[in-house]
Design a protein around this ligand. Structure first.
Ligand code: ADP
Ligand code: MG
Length: 349
């Protein structure tokens, strides 16, 4: 992927040369960013707002596989998955810090690609690169992203605010990132057995993109504001619908009824899951990495969202004693279990 280009050893630039090289084209976009890169700490000012902070650590071989993940996509995704957490609080993301650990196998050209993806994500989502750290690693690539944002206290959506009777809603569609990963893993396996066979991902762009290039749902947060809806609870879907629903139920001390037939699944996700012999509903429930938003709203907000093509109503909240239930297409009631995606993906921590 990066071996074909020229190879400039990072040692030639030194740590400061590298940082300067990577960050020189990032411009400040937010007035809350008083000082970004270049001093001992970034200086931010949110003037009367609550500050939101979220952080993620990504390790090569655990969270990503560079044999099928272009570094540009990885940089983009690292920012997206992190911003998603700020949006899940109903906040505005304004800054990120990016810390990287690099082993000697990465030339400058590779890190440049990573930062291209980071830069595209920062531009698109209007966030400033406010700092980071750069070290060498013994093995593989380490990326840690911290995102910072703000919200008025009255706008913040915690996980614990769902009430009995609230509608359970989800943005976009689910299961695509997981089935995209299955496809990439299968093609990798075939390639390793026979390097003459090129990966066959034709016509599968959507699910491959769902895995490699997820989009944080800033647009949904903005749409909800325009519709004058404040979710009573919200969470982003990183570990699969089942796990996230259980978080909202547990922290809100409520139960829920989730209707299988209402879960939004893209036709390509559905068909590919079938080809793999996997139940598409299981992909949505336990797959993870979709980075859609799961939220609850008051019933009185129903009319405002019923015709929104980006939002599906998938169930409603009940009293805690009723439990968290999935109502299957054949109207059977199953308790929702958090499989998370640890068990599915195997190599996830
Ligand atoms: P310190 O020695 O105080 O840790 P560094 O020399 O590591 O400072 O960093 C110098 C400046 O460059 C700081 O503003 C820091 O936030 C920023 N920085 C370091 N590494 C990165 C990186 N990988 N991406 C973005 N900014 C970085
Ligand atoms: Mg440092």
């Amino acid at each position: 992927m990066f071996e074909n280009k020229g190879r400039t050893e990072i040692e030639q630039l030194g740590e400061f040369g590298l940082i300067d090289h990577l960050t020189k084209n990032f411009e400040i976009k937010n007035k809350s960013t008083i000082k970004a890169i270049g001093d001992d700490a970034a200086v931010l000012s949110f003037e009367g707002k609550r500050t939101l902070i979220s952080t993620d650590l990504l390790l090569e071989g655990i969270h990503f596989d560079l044999s099928y993940t272009p570094l540009k996509h990885l940089g983009y995704k690292a920012i997206q998955v992190n911003l998603s957490d700020i949006y899940a609080m109903n906040g505005t993301a304004t800054q990120v810090t990016v810390s990287i650990g690099l082993s000697s196998k990465f030339p400058l050209e590779a890190v440049e690609e990573l930062y291209q993806g980071i830069s595209i994500a920062c531009e698109k989502f209007g966030v400033d690169l406010a700092g980071g750290d750069t070290t060498s690693s013994k093995q593989g690539l380490v990326i840690s992203v911290t995102s910072i944002g703000y919200a008025d206290e009255k706008d913040i959506c915690y996980r614990n605010g769902a009430n009995e009777g609230d509608l359970l809603c989800v943005s976009g569609d689910l299961g695509g990132a997981y089935i995209g990963l299955q496809l990439l893993e299968r093609e990798k396996g075939i390639f390793l057995e026979n390097p003459n066979i090129q990966p066959d991902l034709e016509g599968k762009d959507y699910i491959v993109e769902r895995q490699l290039k997820p989009e944080a749902r800033k647009d949904i947060v903005e749409a909800l504001k325009l519709m004058k809806i404040k979710p009573t609870a919200m969470i982003d879907i990183s570990d699969g619908l089942a796990s996230e629903i259980l978080h909202i139920c547990k922290q809100s001390d409520k139960g829920c009824n989730l209707y299988e037939e209402k879960i939004p699944i893209d036709p390509m996700t559905y068909d590919t899951a079938r080809d793999f012999g996997i139940d598409p509903t299981v992909c949505a429930l336990n797959g993870g990495e979709d980075y859609e938003l799961l939220f609850t709203i008051k019933q009185s907000d129903f009319e405002k969202i019923r015709n929104n093509p980006d939002i599906s109503i998938i169930g409603h909240m009940t009293e805690a004693s009723a439990g968290c239930n999935l109502i299957s297409k054949s109207e059977k009631v199953h308790p929702i279990k958090a499989q998370g995606w640890n068990s599915l993906k195997g190599n996830q921590e």
